[in-house]
Design a protein around this ligand. Structure first.
Ligand SMILES: C[S@@+](CC[C@H](N)C(=O)[O-])C[C@H]1O[C@@H](n2cnc3c(N)ncnc32)[C@H](O)[C@@H]1O
Length: 214
């Protein structure tokens, strides 16, 4: 695993890309301000046409994706019919929270660019999205079986012909085994953990790596 300082990601941006729209966290938020800035920066580096998010939750990150790109955004969550046995207590509480609240993007001017998908990601049919996504966030279920399956599906969905990025959340979250899994994956592909955040990302198809390692 490559551990990099946050400024390495910010330095990938040109002067003209340094303005971002970031929603300020509230009591139910699951990402920090630094994490939001990192994600917005990676988004601007890739300038995606299409985005796929595993785990909509309240739609905060979905909204930020819409505010900082012109991409079509697909976001998948369990939905009301969920009977996933792979949720722990914390995740069940989160799911309850997200089901009883409006999504943050519901009234957004970009609403028409956001496609909500419902289903268990380990059962979902990803075939329509094959090699069609420029930017993917894996932030759904945290059970190892789910993260592994989401990662495999992300690799099938990622574009093959233009710069692209996959991001994982919850690296070094002591409640989950995601850290061991990503450390293992980093033996096969270059992965970058952004220090002071729980984000790990990989760049694909020529998205620049040189500035990150120097
Ligand atoms: C940490 S939250 C997502 C946070 C969101 N990406 C954000 O940045 O605000 C995880 C979400 O994943 C959903 N989830 C858990 N297991 C899932 C599964 N197997 N398939 C689809 N969604 C799942 C939960 O319902 C929850 O809303």
């Amino acid at each position: 695993m490559n551990h990099i300082r946050p400024h390495k990601v910010f330095n990938l941006l040109g002067e003209e890309d340094r303005m971002a729209r970031i929603n300020l966290p509230f009591q139910h938020s699951v990402t920090s301000m630094l994490e939001r800035a990192i994600l917005a920066s990676l988004l601007k580096v890739i300038a995606p046409r299409t985005i796929f998010e595993f785990g909509t939750y309240l739609g905060e990150t979905t909204l930020m994706f819409a505010e900082n790109s012109s991409a079509q955004i697909f976001t998948l969550d369990l939905g009301a019919a969920c009977d996933s046995e792979l949720l722990d207590g914390y995740e069940q509480k989160n799911l309850g929270q997200s089901l009883c609240q409006k999504k943050l993007f519901d009234d957004a001017s970009h609403r028409e660019r956001i496609v909500e998908l419902f289903g268990d990601s380990t059962q979902f049919d990803f075939a329509p999205y094959r090699e069609a996504m420029d930017f993917i966030l894996i932030d759904g279920g945290h059970h190892m079986q789910v993260v592994r399956s989401d990662t495999e599906n992300a690799f099938c969905m990622i574009t093959k012909d233009r710069p692209a990025c996959i991001v994982w959340h919850d690296y070094r979250n002591p409640n989950y085994q995601i850290t061991e899994y990503l450390d293992e994956l980093s033996d096969a592909i270059p992965l970058f953990h952004v220090e002071e955040t729980k984000y790990v990302f990989s760049f694909h198809n020529g998205a620049t790596l040189s500035g990150l390692r120097s």
